[in-house]
Ligand binder design. Structure first.
Ligand SMILES: Cc1ncc(COP(=O)(O)O)c(C=O)c1O
Length: 489
């Protein structure tokens, strides 16, 4: 018997028993999710438990698991529940969770090299390219999510279109200020990326939108011309395939034409909307997306893959690699052995060490098939339209935006109630829905007014869940009128 220490268990049979129990608990948890409240406030006992002192000595794994099961497991965000529709948050699947267990068991580092997981990611990327209509020669990588995918795309745009060698000199060598264009509805991850890339949020021209929340192309043209006349350097247009607020889709073919004629990089943020492409009836909505120079989209949103996984695709592999590669002797590719793999993903993104997030995507796509995903994406859009139909039938409710995809924004606004009282009531309705564990929509401001926002990236939602939501909104809204907070109109 070796006297050296290891983290392996002394008794594998014991860990195996615990593992089986954990898998049983995990599957029970998912099977019965509909019976639980969507969300519960985190109790003080959990907060207190998470202030425990640093453990210096070992604790039995079964006890550690028990503590997790008792405290944390019961206080989920709620996004696995059929009535979670907040922000743009996906549901995950049981098989995806099991895939994560296997990925974590293999525990590879997919910076690169000749290892099975590297080929799985390559295979997954080719499927994803095919799904969104990108050429097979495009490069890409799986990332943590849409924010990182936007960062990757805009970083390549910056380096490819800069008037100087940004990879080498940074922006210190830039002779002219670079400017990016995006609609005022663009997700804040684009702003974050611009800030991180040293270009700054001030270098974003926020272009106004039309009544359907789509970028106004004539305004965009005017802004580009004005910037050129002022000696600035326009370099990129970001088009939205599904804005975060309302799911609006910018006129992508027009943006592609404009970028071509103006020699600008065309980046599309298709965080969820890109996957409209796999639903035959929705595909025409995102026409033009396939002409992008780079495309960002998520798999943890509308492909319902477990967190976290997004994808960045770039039409020009050499420009993509040139943005991130930074040779080092200790990372030489070599011609044989482990380092001689087909690709080093670390040369296409920020991370050197990378987890095996490809496995859950690869296994899920195989398990479900793209046609099934297409039907689910269309189902979510039909459900959002169904909700809009329910809202429109109720005189006390008001739709706040069109429903091009899977997002419906509305509010309780009976006649005679002034706007700011209605704002307060809708905020109360939102708190009530969440705190009672009934449903979790989120909120946004549309036309300056507080709106309830239902975004369905959920393969568990049924129409009856939306019926319940509307009933609850009406009841809560009516009950709030005439209270001390909001006097009757
Ligand atoms: C349009 C859009 N872009 C980007 C993002 C950021 O994606 P992630 O949360 O995966 O980083 C989101 C998130 O909701 C989004 O809706």
């Amino acid at each position: 018997m070796s006297t050296e220490q290891t983290l392996d268990p002394k008794d594998w049979a014991e860990l195996r028993r615990l593992g089986h129990r954990m898998v049983d608990d995990a599957l029970d948890y998912l099977e019965h999710v509909r019976e639980r409240p969507v969300w519960k406030p985190v109790p003080d006992s959990l907060k207190q438990a998470m202030r425990a002192p640093l453990p210096m000595e070992p604790t039995d794994a079964a006890l550690v698991y028990e503590e997790f099961r008792r405290d944390v497991f019961q206080h989920n965000m709620g996004n696995i529940h059929p009535r979670f529709w907040g922000w743009v948050i996906g549901t995950g699947t049981g098989f995806g969770a099991l895939a994560d267990l296997m990925a974590s068991t293999m525990n590879p580092n997919i910076g690169g090299g000749d290892q099975g997981p590297n080929y799985v990611e390559l295979q997954t990327l080719s499927w994803l390219k095919e799904m969104v209509g990108f050429p097979a020669e495009a490069s890409g990588l799986l990332v943590s999510g849409g924010s990182m995918a936007n960062l990757v795309g805009i970083a390549v745009a910056r380096n490819a279109k800069a008037p100087s060698d940004v990879a080498q000199q940074g922006l210190q060598g830039a002779t002219r200020r670079m400017v990016l264009y995006a609609s005022s509805e663009t997700h804040n991850s684009v702003h974050k990326a611009m800030s991180l890339l040293g270009l700054g949020r001030d270098a974003i021209r926020s272009i106004p939108v039309d009544s359907e929340y789509r970028i106004q192309v004539p305004e965009l043209r005017r802004a580009i011309a004005a910037d050129r006349a002022a000696g600035l350097h326009p370099f990129c247009v970001v088009g939205n395939a599904g804005t975060v607020n309302t799911g609006a889709i910018d006129p992508l073919p027009e943006l592609a034409d404009l970028c071509q004629s103006e020699d600008l990089w065309f980046h599309v943020d298709g965080a969820f909307g890109a996957l409209a492409k796999i639903a035959p009836e929705l595909r025409p909505l995102v026409r033009g997306m396939e002409r992008a120079d780079s495309l960002a989209f998520d798999l943890h949103k509308w492909l319902y893959v477990n967190y976290e996984v997004g994808c960045a695709l770039v039409r020009w592999p050499e420009k993509h690699r040139a943005t991130f590669v930074s040779p080092a002797d200790y990372l030489a590719h070599l011609s044989r052995g482990m380092p001689a793999g087909p690709i080093w993903f670390s040369e296409f993104g920020v991370q050197l060490s990378r987890g095996f997030r490809a496995l859950k995507v690869w296994m899920s796509i195989k398990e479900n098939g793209v046609k099934n995903y297409g039907r689910l994406v269309a189902q979510n859009c039909d459900q959002a339209k169904y909700l809009a139909g329910l809202v429109e039938k109720e005189p006390e409710l008001q739709m706040m935006a069109p429903v091009p995809l899977n997002i419906a924004c509305f509010r309780f606004a009976p006649q005679g109630l002034d706007d700011s009282s209605a704002d307060r009531i809708n905020e109360e309705i939102l708190y009530g829905l969440q705190e009672s564990g009934t449903a979790v929509p989120s909120s946004t401001m549309l036309r300056g007014r507080f709106s309830l926002r239902v975004c369905i990236c959920n393969h568990r939602t049924r129409r009856e869940d939306l019926d319940l939501l509307v009933r609850e909104v009406l009841e809560r809204g009516r009950a709030a009128i005439g209270t001390a907070e909001v006097p009757a109109p």
